[in-house]
Ligand binder design. Sequence first.
Ligand SMILES: [Zn+2]
Length: 152
Amino acid sequence: MQARSHLIFGIGATWLMHRTGLAASVHAWPLTLLGALLPDIDHPKSMLGQRVQPLSLAIAGVFGHRGMTHSLLPLALFIVACVHGFGHMPAWALALAAGYVSHLLADWLTPSGVPLCWPLRTRFRSPLFVTTGSAAEWVLAAALAFAMWRWW
Ligand SMILES: [Zn+2]
């Protein structure tokens, strides 16, 4: 998916956290959006990759696009580190993780899918999918944005 769709999915994660009471703080917004862009750090031309290009080029060189950063491994390590370090998931960490999950969910909806169990090569993909940059992606993102606006 394109960055703007990932941002809408990230807002969707914030919306879901707000609706479920997981995050009542305004701090959730920027961190969830950062989390929604974070997996594409493995692509030097992505919105985030352009801003940290040396790091992005290094990650892309080692893991490739939609490799390790599009799996559950970084998320699991992050959760373990938070629980080990803080004894729980702080609200900011929960927001970042929710954005990350929203990115994986959005890319799961594309034909390429995501390697959730990386380093295993198996990619997981929704049976119903939308091609990146297609009109269907726009319709999906707009429908999600409308649903959030309607039920905020
Ligand atoms: Zn991605």
